[in-house]
Design a protein around this ligand. Structure first.
Ligand SMILES: NC(=O)c1ccc[n+]([C@@H]2O[C@H](COP(=O)([O-])OP(=O)(O)OC[C@H]3O[C@@H](n4cnc5c(N)ncnc54)[C@H](OP(=O)(O)O)[C@@H]3O)[C@@H](O)[C@H]2O)c1
Length: 269
């Protein structure tokens, strides 16, 4: 897709990776409808985007609220037809599964999985009618192999990967497509950076700019799936398909699971 002059709706635009993605698209001349719950932070992202000469509006809404999603689409539509939907908003907390309340599990599934599916359901018919459009799902390497103390998060992110795989094929020949991005640990900004810890050596870290470039590439080149992660964890995908038990052993042995266990302990304090 040639990006200049297109309109994108980006969720999770108030902090973390969202502002980096907004900047990358604004630099390419994409008009932006930006959403999250925190209005002032959202306005700041919108102001920064307009410095690149594009139109950008901040639309504070909760993506888990069905009527909020309708209002979001209505206001985003004032910029023009939505050419690109980037489902980036997400939440994670690392804790023992049985310590999560029913409400916390429900909130994570609603935010990370149900909201992206519903927003996609709302924008896709118009994209298909216009013969052009792209949906991006922000998943995670966590969606490729569940980690202890992050099982619900992994379930939601795995859901996004499989949704994209299925819908992408369904959309073949329509001019509309879908991509999924799977970052590992991201430094400098976002949910992992907030822990103030280094990632386990085996996993490595990426930058928010690398994630933003991956989203751009996915849309521009219509790529099915992009993993954003340095080092050997990329090879783990292949190894995991052949022998999941062996990969579990490696991750346990090299301290990746211990990282999650410690984080769960810190969060419980
Ligand atoms: N950072 C990483 O290391 C990493 C790695 C792999 C994947 N990811 C994925 O990348 C995406 C962005 O993560 P991040 O690191 O930027 O997280 P973050 O810093 O915690 O930011 C999350 C964003 O989602 C928004 N959000 C959360 N709940 C929402 C709701 N109910 N309604 C509307 N907006 C909501 C937040 O805005 P408000 O609070 O203002 O609503 C915020 O803008 C997530 O999907 C995450 O799973 C991140």
């Amino acid at each position: 897709m040639d990006l200049a002059g297109k309109t994108a709706l980006l969720t999770g635009a108030s902090r973390g990776l969202g502002p980096y993605i907004a900047r990358a698209f604004a630099e390419r001349g994409v008009h932006l409808a930006l959403t999250a719950r925190t209005a002032d932070a959202l306005e700041a992202t919108a102001r920064e985007a307009t410095e690149f000469g594009v139109r950008a509006i901040a639309i504070p809404e909760d993506v888990t609220d069905p009527s909020g999603r309708m209002r979001l689409l209505e206001r985003a539509g004032t910029l023009g037809p939505i050419d690109i939907l980037i489902n980036n908003a997400g939440i994670e907390w690392v804790c023992q599964y049985t310590n999560m309340s029913v409400e916390e599990i429900e909130r994570m599934v609603q935010t990370n999985l149900v909201a992206p599916l519903m927003l996609s359901r709302l924008v896709l018919p118009d994209m298909i009618a216009r013969g052009s459009g792209h949906v991006v799902m922000m998943s995670s390497l966590g969606g490729k192999k569940g980690s202890p103390y992050s099982a619900t998060y992994a379930a939601t992110k795995a859901g996004l990967i499989e949704w994209t795989s299925g819908v992408r094929e369904e959309l073949r020949g329509t001019g509309v497509s879908a991509s999924v991005i799977c970052p590992g640990f991201v430094s400098q900004a976002g949910m992992f950076a907030e822990y103030g810890k280094r990632a386990p050596r085996l996993a490595g870290e990426s930058t928010p700019e690398q994630v933003a470039v991956a989203v751009l590439r996915a849309v521009e080149r219509d790529l099915a799936e992009i993993t954003v992660n340095p080092g050997p964890k990329r090879l783990m995908d292949v190894a995991n398909a052949i022998s999941p038990g062996a990969v579990t052993w490696i991750l346990r042995r090299f301290g990746v699971y211990e990282f999650y266990r410690q984080q769960a302990e810190d969060n419980a304090r």
